[in-house]
Design a protein around this ligand. Structure first.
Ligand SMILES: [Zn+2]
Length: 248
C-alpha cells in the first residue's frame, strides 16, 4: 500500500503534541517496511486558497510553519489522488481538521482533508465525497470549510463506547454513497491514548469497512493522519488501519 510521506515531517516544528519528536518516527518505523513510500510535494497556493483566506495564509507564515503545512496539504492532495486508484495513507503533519477558512487551533494550520477533496472536485475527478472523522476530537474546521458544500457529506463519530463506536462507523459506511471516502484518521481514541476507547484491531475494522464502502460505490478511499499521541502504539494503529483499507 502506498503511504505518502516526506522526511521534512520528522523535525519538531512547534511545541505541541502533534509536532513532538519521535511521533513520525514511531509511524514510519512500523509502516515503512511494508509500505510503498511516496514523497509528498508542496500544495500550490491556489490549492490552499480554495479553502483558506489570504489573511490566514499570512498568519501561518508568521507562525513559521508555512512550508511544513503546505507540504502536509500537498501530501494530502497526493494521497487523495492515489486514493482514486487504490487505498492510500497520508502520513503527514501538521494535522488539519481544526483548521477553518480563516483561523486554526488544536495543532492544525491548513485543513489538509478539505484542500485535498476540493482539489479533486475542482479537477472534475469526483462528483461527491464522504469524510469520516474518527479522531477523538470533533473536526470543526472540516465542517466549517466543507460542511456547506452540497457535494460533501461529513460524519464525526460521536460514540464514546467501543461497540457503539464501531456500530456507528458500520452504519455510516453501509449507507455511504460517494466517489471518494476520506478518513480523517486520528488515533487519539485508542485505549492507550487520550480517549481510551478503541483497540488496535478496531482501526483494522474501520479500514475494512471504508474500503468495502468505497468498492461498493466504485469509488476510492484514502486516510490522512490527524491526532494520536502515544508513540508506543501509534505505529501499530496506523498499520492496522492501512491493512484494513487494503482488505487485510
Ligand atoms: Zn484529536
Amino acid at each position: 500500500m502506498k503511504v505518502v510521506f516526506h522526511e521534512a515531517f520528522y523535525p519538531v516544528y512547534a511545541g505541541d503534541p502533534a509536532a513532538a519528536a519521535g511521533r513520525m518516527e514511531a509511524i514510519m518505523e512500523t509502516v515503512a517496511p511494508v509500505a510503498d513510500v511516496v514523497e509528498a510535494d508542496f500544495a500550490a497556493e491556489t490549492d490552499i486558497a480554495r479553502i483558506h483566506t489570504r489573511v490566514h495564509m499570512e498568519w501561518v507564515k508568521r507562525q513559521g510553519v508555512f512550508e511544513t503545512a503546505a507540504l502536509a496539504a500537498g501530501g494530502a492532495i497526493l494521497a487523495a489522488r492515489i486514493g482514486l486508484e487504490e487505498p492510500c495513507f497520508g502520513a503527514i503533519r501538521p494535522p488539519g481538521h481544526h483548521a477553518s477558512t480563516d483561523w486554526a487551533w488544536g495543532f492544525c494550520y491548513f485543513n489538509n482533508m478539505a484542500i485535498a477533496v476540493a482539489r479533486l472536485k475542482a479537477e472534475g475527478k469526483i462528483d461527491t465525497a464522504y469524510i469520516l472523522d474518527i479522531d477523538l476530537h470533533y473536526g470543526d474546521g472540516t465542517v466549517e470549510t466543507l460542511g456547506n458544500k452540497d457535494y460533501v457529506t461529513i460524519h464525526n463519530v460521536a460514540a464514546f463506547d467501543r461497540s457503539r463506536y464501531l456500530d456507528e462507523v458500520r452504519k455510516e459506511m453501509e449507507s455511504c454513497r460517494a466517489d471518494i471516502i476520506g478518513i480523517s484518521a486520528g488515533f487519539d481514541n485508542h485505549l492507550l491514548d487520550w480517549g481510551g476507547t478503541l483497540e488496535t484491531e478496531d482501526y483494522r475494522e474501520i479500514g475494512r469497512l471504508a474500503a468495502a464502502a468505497a468498492k461498493g460505490c466504485n469509488g476510492g478511499c484514502f486516510a490522512l493522519l490527524e491526532g494520536g499521541y502515544n508513540h508506543r502504539v501509534l505505529g501499530e494503529n496506523v498499520l492496522a488501519l492501512m491493512e484494513g483499507l487494503s482488505g487485510m
